[in-house]
Design a protein around this ligand. Structure first.
Ligand code: DGL
Length: 265
């Protein structure tokens, strides 16, 4: 069976990959980190569309992938409709900030969404947010610089930015008018959830999209008759420094791939 392609601007999609591997242990995955061209989130749609197209084409040509998971909110927002139109035979799963479960479970009705500037400025996000108008108060917190700090494993910058953006996302609590739920609307952010949690009461709920995306991928594969029963596997590829991706996979997720290769897209 052919592998499933998964891509992100960098290491963030590893948080989705972990959920995919847990949900679909018999699948083979090719994870592509577009590190040489990261971050996507502060660069505008044209750039993200061009990179998403190139990476998708490379995953198809190089691996004959049977499905694609766009493990990046920013790329999903900017490019998934084009990727689907250009590759109609390829099942493509994307993700978006998990507002629906956040609104459904928030008791105070006050939610903050941490995401890239690109995601939060998009028409797709505005439509999603507006669908909850009158039901919940939803505050956008664009986290400029946080993806770059995570990519560079710059612990000082990660710590300072987590403190700054959590201050903007609050005040937290369970009283009227307080935020009780934070949506992690960028796949990099679950990797620093422990750091974010330091600036919040233990009751604050963080919601990300890893598990629901993995379940959706299973449904999509089943509907297409493409579920594998074989041995699982993982290849890591990067347009940048492959060893940095391997180190990130080991550091963040204890993932150790069967084979890793360099690639340029
Ligand atoms: N992980 C990407 C996302 O989910 C990060 C985008 C970026 O590179 O800035 O939006």
């Amino acid at each position: 069976m052919k592998p499933i392609g998964v891509f992100d601007s960098g290491v963030g999609g590893l948080s989705v990959l972990a959920a995919l591997r847990a949900e679909l242990p018999h699948e083979r995955f090719v994870y592509f980190a577009d590190t040489a061209f990261a971050p996507y989130g502060e660069r505008g749609d044209a750039y993200v569309i061009e990179r998403s197209r190139k990476v998708t084409e490379q995953l198809i040509a190089g691996h004959g992938i049977k499905a694609l998971v766009v493990a990046c909110n920013t790329a999903t927002t900017a490019a998934i409709h084009l990727l689907r139109a250009e590759h109609p035979a390829l099942p493509i799963v994307g993700l978006e900030p998990a507002l629906k479960p956040a609104v459904a479970t928030s008791r105070t009705g006050h939610i903050s969404v941490m995401a890239t500037r690109g995601t939060l400025a998009s028409a797709k996000y505005a439509g999603l947010r507006d669908s909850f108008a009158g039901t919940a108060s939803i505050r956008a917190v664009p986290c400029d610089g946080l993806v770059k700090a995570i990519e560079g494993f710059d612990t000082q910058a990660i710590s300072a930015l987590c403190a700054r953006y959590m201050a903007e996302a609050g005040p937290f609590g369970d009283a009227t008018g307080e935020v009780d739920t934070v949506v992690l609307g960028c796949t990099h952010y679950p990797l620093v959830k422990n750091q974010l949690q330091r600036h919040a009461p233990p009751t604050l709920r963080f919601i990300d999209t890893g598990a629901p995306v993995a379940q959706q991928t299973r449904r999509v594969l089943a509907a297409a008759g493409r579920l594998s029963g074989g041995e699982g596997g993982l290849i890591l590829q990067s347009s940048g420094d492959r060893s940095a991706l391997e180190a990130a996979a080991a550091r963040w997720l204890q993932i150790s791939p069967q084979g890793t290769t360099a690639a340029s897209a």
